[in-house]
Design a protein around this ligand. Structure first.
Ligand code: ADE
Length: 418
């Protein structure tokens, strides 16, 4: 078996992490048990490009239980948990190409190694495999049945491809499932971003002014958690409706230029490029903390920041202090890479449970239906969302009401009025 991990001797610690996470992944365990019996992915070769975490390891085990042969590479170099990668190789016989902190060249070497297995299915978090399969590795598309995509940023890239009629195979937008983005993006990113900032800085949030760039599901999750910790929260937005929602959710809304001089902690969660630029950095208070929790490390213009700085030093792990020519310091966390996976452990297992239940069922859907699917982006079905939500509620011991026959009739009739 070919693989490339930091050190297979780390496997025992990785296995403990994987089994700990599994306890919180009730829906995935349920799917795994069914997959082990029915083998819906039998004989299918899969390449997954995801954050190499304990939660992802449990997804890989589920796909393998379903009969697939899987290979895993990292969707971000800073998020790889080396001990988890080691355990997947040693304890679970799953090839992994991922090392924490690998450079760009090594990152792409790993993606290419995963593609060398000639997969039938691509599973992405950010669409990097899809991107390679549509450019340098186009020759491999003939083996592909379809794919799945985990994140907002990836779905945006796929929709752009489909819009230009250049998408070469069907892909399920797992991110757009309700049981994914309502929970993973909101509560997962909310908590893990806060966790990442706290682990990197040990800063007190109570009484601080936190500037949240972007009021999508991730931004609103983080704003909610920061508020709950006693911070004053300012939201910046480019979309009028989202800005209005933020105002009516009780947050101050300002432009980044207005917020720059009053914020203590800044976090971007937009999926867009250069959201905080040199004109913003130049206005910040001394010792402001700036980070990103969006998928790619493009949201902070660090080249621009460097141009207006006279010194950069690492002052703690994950914290680089830029001393500006104006004499003030700006602390950038994790070099602008996604803070929740760089300095913390990503979203907790309980929320990844639903995201990865969606991934498993989306893979099963593609394998069952690919012969009839078009080259476009597919949504997860309502039935799948309902199944996952129902299973999660059951695992949490929560019961809900059922419609009575009278209520059912009322909801399907138009005759009854006032
Ligand atoms: N994305 C965010 N958190 C994650 C986690 N814990 N595992 C995999 N992908 C993630």
């Amino acid at each position: 078996m070919k693989y490339d991990v930091k050190n297979v001797k780390l496997a025992p610690a990785g296995k403990k992490r994987i089994l700990w996470a599994e306890k919180q992944m009730d829906v995935l365990r349920q799917i795994s048990a069914r997959f082990a019996k029915q083998k819906p992915l039998k004989g299918v070769k899969m390449a997954a490009c995801l954050h190499v975490t304990a939660e992802t390891a449990n997804l890989m085990r589920t796909l393998k239980a379903g009969g697939a042969s899987v290979v895993l590479c990292a969707s971000n170099p800073l998020s790889t948990q080396d001990e988890v990668a080691a355990s997947l190789v040693k304890d679970f016989g799953i090839p992994v190409f991922a090392r924490n902190n690998i450079d760009r060249k090594g990152y792409y070497r790993h993606l290419n190694s995963a593609l060398d297995t000639k997969p039938n299915l691509s599973m992405d978090d950010g669409a990097d495999l899809v991107s390679l399969l549509h450019t340098k590795r186009k020759d491999l598309v003939k083996h592909i049945f379809g794919g799945t995509e985990e994140t907002t940023t990836g779905v945006i890239r796929l929709k752009a491809l489909a819009e230009q009629k250049k998408l070469l195979y069907p892909i399920v937008a797992v991110n757009d499932a309700q049981t994914k983005h309502f929970f993973d993006n909101r509560y997962g990113t909310g908590q893990s971003t806060l966790d990442g900032i706290i682990r990197a800085t040990n800063i007190l949030l109570a009484g601080k002014t936190v500037v949240v760039a972007g009021y999508g599901w991730c931004g609103r999750g983080f704003a909610l958690k920061a508020k709950a910790m006693g911070a004053k929260v300012i939201v910046t937005e480019v979309e009028a409706v989202k800005a209005l929602e933020a105002v009516m959710d009780g947050f101050e809304v300002k432009t980044m230029l207005q917020a720059a001089s009053v914020g203590d902690i800044f976090c971007t969660l937009t999926g867009d490029i250069h959201v905080i630029r040199k004109e913003h950095f130049a206005k910040m208070k001394n010792n402001a903390v700036v980070c990103n929790s969006g998928h790619f490390d493009v949201e902070l213009d660090l080249v621009g920041l460097k141009k207006i700085s006279k010194k950069v030093e690492t002052v703690r792990p994950f914290v680089q202090a830029y001393t500006l020519k104006n004499g003030r310091a700006v602390n950038v966390l994790a070099e602008g890479r996604l803070i929740n996976l760089a300095s913390a452990e990503g979203h907790p297992a309980s929320v990844m449970d639903m995201s990865f239940a969606n991934q498993s069922l989306a893979a099963e859907f593609v394998v069952k239906n690919y012969k009839h699917l078009e080259k476009r982006v597919y949504d997860v079905t309502q039935k799948t969302d309902d199944y996952i939500a129902t299973a999660k509620l059951k695992a949490m011991g929560v019961s809900i009401d059922k419609l009575t026959a009278e209520q059912q009739k009322y909801l399907t009739s138009w005759e009854m009025g006032t």
